[in-house]
Design a protein around this ligand. Structure first.
Ligand code: FE2
Ligand code: FE2
Length: 181
């Protein structure tokens, strides 16, 4: 899967967003079937990214015991896949916080930056884990003999729950927004 860009995640703003003081992206609030279709397309795209992140995470976890070699990967290449996941998640969250959450946060406090809404809080929790992962990747890249499968898995375990819960919850909200009821 290629990296995301803003154009790939063109955000459909409810039609009344620009016309009234009631910018409410809530279920059934889209002024036209076309807007709702655009939202549903975005929702599907987001869900597919989320599934991909889960797959990427699970593969990283599974191969941590050194079985990456059975896939033809050296330790360096394996660590690069960890680095890539970190990069993809960071980019995904940056796009969400910049373009999507400000719209959703107007009516759903879970997405609001103010008071550290639940989804923003989850992003922070995930990135604390990604920071720990980044530090390990850096350490093992310069000292490969110190690589520890247990340490790698413990690090991944430390943010698995917050990551998976967040990915599922966010997809559920996107889906609900696309529903008529
Ligand atoms: Fe997110
Ligand atoms: Fe997301």
């Amino acid at each position: 899967m290629s990296s995301e860009s803003q154009s790939e995640l063109s955000i459909p703003v409810p039609a009344n967003e620009e016309q009234s003081a009631q910018p409410n992206p809530t279920p059934g609030s889209f002024a036209s079937a076309r807007e709702q279709r655009r939202w549903n397309n975005l929702s599907e795209k987001m869900s597919s990214f989320h599934e991909w992140f889960k797959q990427e995470f699970n593969t990283l976890y599974e191969l941590a015991d050194g079985s990456f070699t059975t896939r033809g990967l050296s330790l360096v290449r394996y660590l690069e896949t960890a680095k890539a996941m970190n990069h993809h998640l960071t980019m995904h969250h940056t796009i969400e916080e910049r373009y999507l959450f400000p719209i959703l946060g107007k009516t759903m406090p879970q997405f609001a930056a103010k008071d550290n809404g639940a989804h923003i809080a989850s992003h922070h929790g995930i990135h604390e884990g990604l920071d720990r992962l980044g530090a390990l990747v850096k350490k093992w890249t310069s000292a490969p003999s110190e690589y520890s499968p247990d340490e790698m898995r413990a690090c991944l375990d430390s943010f698995r729950d917050v990551l998976f819960h967040h990915l599922d919850e966010e997809a559920r909200y996107h889906f609900l927004l696309g529903c008529d009821n």
